[in-house]
Design a binder for this molecule. Structure first.
Ligand code: HXC
Length: 495
């Protein structure tokens, strides 16, 4: 039978299983993901005794924006997309091919996990895939799109990839399903509550993007790919833009509120600065106190890490530190320059954070920045206090260029806390504590809550006008264009 007919017969059969569940078939998904007509299937005739017409995954190559990608699409209509020996072999082969060709790997996930009938050999198959995910990590981008159950062993391959896209209502990830949960812990929980988009897009941070439909997920993956290189040996693609690199943004000169404690939307600053006002936040519903986003400056991809004063005053906590650290490491592995925008009052204090390991999590972000060899430009917008100042790409950690707006406050700590410590005795002795403290806070702010001392010490390169930010950071990245070497640097371990 010709390859085309075989695919068609399989696809027609799969439609009967998938469509009533509100899901697309493995082939339909590949059509939406890839450039029109670009999919070439391999191993189509590979079958098994139980499934002579074809096994539970479709594999092959195609293009996205004209660039090759290696894909596998799990077929739930064949034994629930479960993974046995043959399925594992097909996936491993396409991953090996991608590594040889140094091209991205995209997996479409719709599977009930290890094929129970095959017992331990299916576990061996998973183990080999996990190992291959790790081998590919940091070498070629790996993306998972969860459009069905991803149960048991099926969760860990996505978790080892760089980005997980999850589609609401149909995409669910869980190590053990609700029935097992009920037996072990007595908890009553639905599939959606346990492993749906709310669970993983907002609470656990396992998923990077949540989408309303499969179509949206495939469109977004294509968009994400436009920011990424094919492998660690290449730079990301450059897009011609009509947005002038010298464009001034006058409105930014009066954007930061006079009241130091008033929040503002950092997203607005980012949109104002980047090409065509367009950026693509990653994990936007998780640890929203830090923004991690892809954008372009003068046509070149940058990875943006920015504190968000609208959420928890932009403080660094465990989740935000780890979210940012993994993003920094991905960008470093794939030659994406880093732009850091700082407005951070510090690390979040508290027993919960300390006992939860904020020391270890903050260290992950320190580690990520310190080892990053891509071009790094940092802009202090407002607060940069204490340890959080250090960790948000300070000169000491190796930032190449560091600028501050006039509203920048680079200090060991915020005025209130500082006054309490250095004037403790004096405050205890006076009658009208409140007004005396207010005076001391004002004095402290005048002396320390500005970028002047840091500028005098050479710990920032310049104090810049906010309206000139776009031009200045584009010029800085131009100066750094030849910094760093292409090639494999490190993996992107899940943090
Ligand atoms: C073999 C499987 C299967 C599996 C599903 N099927 N999962 N066959 N091994 N793991 C088969 C079903 O028997 C059924 O076959 C068909 O796929 C469709 O499944 P349904 O249950 O009818 O579909 P649905 O109602 O949509 O439910 C999907 C599901 C459910 C939620 C995924 O099938 C399920 O709970 N499966 C088991 C999930 C699980 O616990 N996996 C863990 C495996 S152990 P028929 O012939 O009836 O159409 C594992 C260990 C690794 O993965 C651990 C590493 C950390």
């Amino acid at each position: 039978m010709s390859d085309e007919n075989l695919a068609e017969i399989r696809n027609e059969k799969a439609k009967k299983v998938q469509h009533p569940k509100g899901k697309l078939t493995a082939y339909e998904r590949l059509e939406l993901l890839l450039d029109e007509g670009s999919f070439t299937e391999i191993d189509q005739h590979v079958a098994s005794e139980e499934n002579p017409e074809g096994e539970a995954v479709v594999t092959g190559t195609g293009t996205i924006h004209g660039r090759p990608v290696y894909v596998f699409s799990e077929d739930f209509s064949v034994m629930g997309g479960s993974l046995g020996e043959v399925v594992a072999k097909k996936i491993l082969k396409i991953m090996d091919n991608a590594l040889e060709a140094r091209a991205p790997i995209i997996g479409i996930k719709d599977s009930g996990g290890a094929r129970i009938q095959e017992g331990i050999s299916s576990l061996y198959g998973y183990a080999q895939i996990f190992k291959k995910n790790v081998e590919a990590s940091g070498k070629v981008p790996q993306i998972s799109i969860v459009v069905g159950p991803s149960a048991g062993g099926a969760v860990y391959s996505p978790a080892l990839t760089d980005f997980i896209f999850q589609v609401q209502e149909i995409g669910q990830l869980y190590v053990t399903g609700p029935a097992v949960v009920k037996t072990v812990t007595g908890e009553d929980v639905t599939f959606e509550e346990l492993g749906g988009v709310e669970a993983h897009g907002t609470k656990s941070g396992v998923s990077h993007q949540v989408c309303e439909s499969e179509k949206q997920a495939f469109e977004e993956v294509r968009y994400l790919m436009s920011f990424l290189p094919q492998s660690s040996s290449q730079k990301p693609p450059v897009f011609i833009t009509e947005d002038e690199s010298t464009r001034m943004v006058e409105s930014l000169d009066s954007f930061v509120p006079e009241n130091r404690n008033q929040p503002y939307d950092m997203e607005k600053i980012i949109s104002d600065i980047v090409d065509d006002g367009e950026h693509y936040p990653i994990q936007s519903n998780y640890a929203a106190n830090i923004i991690t986003s892809f954008a372009r400056l003068n046509g070149n991809t940058v990875g943006i890490i920015a504190n968000q004063p609208m959420e928890l005053a932009g403080v660094l906590d465990i989740k935000a530190s780890e979210k940012a650290a993994r993003f920094v490491r991905f960008c470093d592995a794939f030659n994406v320059p880093l732009l850091t925008m700082v407005d951070v009052p510090g690390f979040l204090p508290g027993v919960e954070q300390e006992h939860g390991g904020i020391i270890r999590s903050g260290a992950k972000l320190l580690y990520a920045y310190s080892e990053a060899t891509v071009p790094r430009v940092c802009v202090v917008v407002r607060k940069a206090y204490g340890g959080a100042y250090i960790v948000m790409d300070s000169i000491g950690l190796g930032a190449d260029k560091l600028f501050a707006w006039p509203s920048g406050e680079i200090a060991v700590m915020g005025a209130e806390g500082a006054v309490d410590i250095i004037h403790r005795r004096e405050l205890a002795a006076v009658e009208d504590k409140e007004s005396h403290k207010a005076k001391l806070v004002e004095e402290y702010n005048e002396k320390f809550s500005n970028p002047d001392i840091a500028a005098q010490l050479g710990l920032i390169d310049n104090i810049i006008k906010p309206s000139e930010t776009r031009k200045i950071i584009i010029d800085s990245f131009k100066d750094l264009i030849n910094k760093g070497e292409l090639g494999d640097k490190h993996g992107n371990i899940p943090l």
